[in-house]
Design a protein around this ligand. Structure first.
Ligand code: AGP
Length: 612
C-alpha cells in the first residue's frame, strides 16, 4: 500500500510527481522520494517524512528533467528512513525503480546478487529490483531497442509476491518501463506526455483517458507513444478507457477533510449507485446473466471482504436469506482463505472491495474460482485488479474515496447489495412481492433521508465534545444494528485511536458487561421495531452500572436515563444501516477532530491494503 507516480513528457517532472504523490498520500505516508532524468543522469531526492518535505530537499527546485518517477511509502520492510525510501538505484546508478507491493523472495535474490558482487544500502525488499535489472542488462549481449525491456522482463520472472514497478534508466534516458502483478497501476494518456500512478485520482486532473495493465503486461513509454508487451515480449494492442470522474472529486473543496466531504457526498453516491437500476419494473443488472435455473442451483452464498466492506456484507446477509432463501455466510477474507471453505460449482461468492486492490480479498476470490465457484466483485474503482479476476463485476458509483476511513463506499455497498438481493429474488420468485416493492420504494428514498440527517449534526457534535477524552467505548445493537455497531466502532477506532468494541446487545451480559463502569460510554443503535423492548432492557443493564448512553434510533423511545437520543428517519429495517451509520460516522469524525488528529490519514493505516 504505497503510492507511485511517473511522468514522461515535455514539462518539468518534479512538481507533477510531488503533486501526484500528495494525492496518493492516503496510500502510505512515512517517507517519499523522486528520481528525475537530468542530462542522461538519474538524480534521486528522497527522505523520511511526508511528501511535502520533498520540496525542502536540496536540489529539488533545480531539477529540470521532464522524465521521472516518484513514491510515497507505507513501510513493510525496513523502518521509515532516507535509505529505505524509494526510488532505489542499482550499484552503478544506471537504473532507478519505485515499487508498490512486496517481494516475498527478496532475501534469496539478495544473497544471489551479493555472490555476484552487488552490495545493498537499504533493508528493503525493493532494492533487489534495480540490481537485478543491472545484472540482466549486463548479461544481455544483444544490442537492440528491447534490451532494457528484456532486462526488466527477466527480473520480473525472478520476483515472487506483488509488484507495480516504474523504471527509468540512463541507458535509455528518453523512455520509461512500467509493469504490474497484483499491485495497482494505471497509465494516463496525454498529448506529447504520459502519466503513471497507483490509482486514478493522482493524475485525473491531467487526463481522462487511461490504459489498464493486466498482470505481467509491460508498458514501454516515450513522450508520444505507449507500447505494450506480454510476458513473451510480443507487442499487444490496448485502447484507453475514458474515466468520467471529475477531478474535483479528488479534491477537498470547501471541506476541511476528505472524510467530511465524503460523508456529505453520500446522498449523491447512493443516488448514482442506484442509477437506473430501479427505473424498470424489475431491478436490472446487465452485468449479470443469472437465470432462474442457475440461481435455483445455488446452495450457498459466501460474502467475502475486509474491514468496512465486510461490515457491509454482514448487513446484506439477512436480506439475501430473507428474499432468496439461500444460506449466506459472511467471511473475513484473510480467514476465508485458510479455513478450507466448502466451495463447489453450486456456490456463489461475492467480494466487496472499495479499492478493488485488497490483497486478502483478491486472494480469496482466486481460491474460490479455482474451486469452481462463480465470483462476483463489487468495487468502486473502474479497472481495479479485482475486476480482472472476477467472473462478474459491479461498480458502486461513490466517486473517488480518498479518506482512509471509508464512509460513502460503505453506504453505496449496502445499497448495491440490497439491489442485487432484490434482483436475485425477482428471478427466483421466492420472496413476498409486497416486501420487495416496499424495499424498492425505500431504496429510492435513501438519498433524501441521508440528507435529512446531515442537515443537523448539532447533537452529535455536542456528544463528541463530551466523550472525546474517553479511553473505551461500546457500540451495541441487535440484528442489522449489530452490524452497524461493528462499523461504527471501526470508524471510531481508526481515526480517533480510542479503543471500542461493536457488540451484540444480547451478548454483553455474557462477560463483557464486567467492563461497564461509571461513566463508560455506550452507543446503542435501535432501528428494528421487533427488537426495541429487548434492546432497551440491554441498555438498562448498562445504565444501572453507570454507563453514559447515546441512542441512535428511528423508533419512538422514551428517554430513560440516556445522555442523548439521536432520532433518524424511518426506513425498511434491512437497509436502515445506510441511515443509522451516518451519525456514527459524524461522531467519529468530530471526536478525531477534537483530539487534533489527522482524520484523513490516521497513523499506521493506508487506504488500500495491497499486501497480505
Ligand atoms: C475502512 O474504514 C478501512 N479503511 C478498512 O477497513 C477498509 O474497509 C478495508 O481495508 C477494505 O478495503 P477495500 O474495501 O478497499 O477492500
Amino acid at each position: 500500500m504505497c503510492g507511485i507516480v511517473g511522468y514522461i513528457g515535455y514539462k518539468k517532472a518534479s512538481p507533477i510527481l510531488i503533486q501526484g504523490l500528495t494525492r496518493l498520500e492516503y496510500r502510505g505516508y512515512d517517507s517519499a522520494g523522486i528520481a528525475v532524468m537530468e542530462q542522461n543522469k538519474i538524480e534521486v531526492k528522497k527522505d523520511k517524512g511526508r511528501v511535502n518535505n520533498l520540496y525542502k530537499l536540496d536540489g529539488v527546485e533545480e531539477l529540470k528533467g521532464t522524465i521521472g518517477i516518484a513514491h510515497t511509502r507505507w513501510a513493510t520492510h525496513g523502518k521509515p528512513s532516507k535509505e529505505n525510501s524509494h526510488p532505489h538505484l542499482d550499484n552503478d546508478e544506471q537504473f532507478a525503480v519505485v515499487h508498490n507491493g512486496i517481494i516475498e523472495n527478496y532475501n534469496e535474490l539478495k544473497d544471489d546478487l551479493i555472490k555476484e558482487g552487488y552490495h545493498f544500502i537499504s533493508q528493503t525488499d525493493t532494492e533487489v529490483v534495480p540490481n537485478l535489472i543491472n545484472y540482466y542488462y549486463k548479461q544481455d549481449k544483444q544490442e537492440d531497442s528491447l534490451k532494457l525491456l528484456r532486462a526488466v522482463k527477466n527480473t520480473c520472472m525472478k520476483l515472487k509476491g506483488s509488484f507495480a514497478l516504474e523504471i527509468i534508466s540512463s541507458k535509455e534516458p528518453e523512455n520509461m518501463i512500467v509493469v504490474r502483478k497484483d499491485s495497482p497501476l494505471v497509465i494516463g494518456k496525454g498529448h506529447g506526455e504520459n502519466y503513471i500512478a497507483s490509482d486514478i485520482p493522482a493524475i485525473l486532473s491531467y487526463t481522462k483517458d487511461f490504459y489498464f495493465l493486466n498482470d505481467y503486461e509491460f508498458a514501454y513509454l516515450s513522450r508520444d507513444e505507449v507500447r505494450f508487451y506480454d510476458m513473451e515480449l510480443n507487442e499487444i494492442k490496448k485502447s484507453t478507457k475514458s474515466i468520467e470522474w471529475d477531478s474535483q472529486g479528488a479534491e477537498k473543496g470547501e471541506f476541511e477533510h476528505f472524510m467530511l466531504k465524503e460523508i456529505y457526498e453520500q446522498p449523491r453516491a447512493i443516488r448514482e449507485t442506484i442509477g437506473t437500476r430501479l427505473s424498470n419494473l424489475k431491478v436490472s443488472f446487465d452485468e449479470l446473466n443469472f437465470t432462474k435455473e442457475y440461481l435455483e442451483n445455488i446452495n450457498r452464498i459466501y460474502i467475502v471482504a475486509c474491514g468496512t466492506a465486510m461490515h457491509a456484507g454482514i448487513v446484506s446477509k439477512n436480506l439475501f436469506e430473507k428474499l432468496c432463501k439461500i444460506p449466506v455466510e459472511v467471511d473475513i477474507a484473510s480467514e476465508f482463505r485458510y479455513r478450507n471453505p466448502l466451495i463447489d460449482e453450486k456456490t456463489l461468492t461475492i467480494y466487496i472491495s472499495q479499492s478493488g486492490e485488497t490483497a486478502d480479498t483478491i486472494a480469496a476470490l482466486k481460491l474460490a474460482k479455482e474451486k469452481g465457484a462463480k465470483t462476483l466483485a463489487i468495487t468502486n474503482v473502474i479497472g481495479s485488479s479485482i475486476t480482472r479476476e472476477a467472473d462478474y463485476s459491479i461498480y458502486t458509483h461513490a466517486g473517488p474515496e480518498i479518506a482512509v476511513a471509508s464512509t460513502k463506499a460503505y453506504t453505496s455497498q449496502v445499497t448495491i447489495l440490497a439491489l442485487i438481493a432484490i434482483y436475485c429474488a425477482e428471478i427466483l420468485e421466492r420472496a413476498d412481492m409486497n416486501k420487495i416493492e416496499a424495499l424498492k420504494a425505500d431504496l429510492l428514498k435513501l438519498p433524501t433521508k441521508v440528507d435529512e440527517i446531515l442537515k443537523d449534526t448539532t447533537q452529535i457534535k455536542k456528544f463528541a465534545k463530551k466523550v472525546y477524552k474517553e479511553k473505551d467505548m461500546f457500540f451495541l445493537g441487535r440484528g442489522v444494528d449489530y452490524a452497524v455497531s461493528l462499523e461504527g466502532s471501526l470508524k471510531l477506532k481508526e481515526i480517533s485511536y480510542i479503543h471500542s468494541e461493536g457488540y451484540a446487545s444480547g451478548e454483553l451480559k455474557h462477560g463483557p458487561i464486567a467492563l461497564i463502569d461509571t461513566g463508560v460510554t455506550v452507543i446503542a443503535t435501535i432501528t428494528d421495531k421487533e427488537l426495541v423492548e429487548k434492546s432497551i432492557s440491554n441498555i438498562q443493564e448498562v445504565i444501572t452500572r453507570g454507563a453514559k448512553i447515546l441512542v441512535i434510533t428511528n423508533q419512538n423511545i422514551e428517554n430513560k436515563g440516556f445522555e442523548t437520543i439521536i432520532k433518524i428517519p424511518q426506513i425498511s429495517t434491512e437497509i436502515s444501516p445506510v441511515l443509522s451509520i451516518v451519525p456514527l460516522q459524524i461522531l467519529a469524525y468530530y471526536i478525531s477532530k477534537e483530539k487534533g488528529l489527522d482524520v484523513d490519514k490516521p497513523r499506521n493505516l493506508a487506504k488500500s491494503v495491497t499486501v497480505e
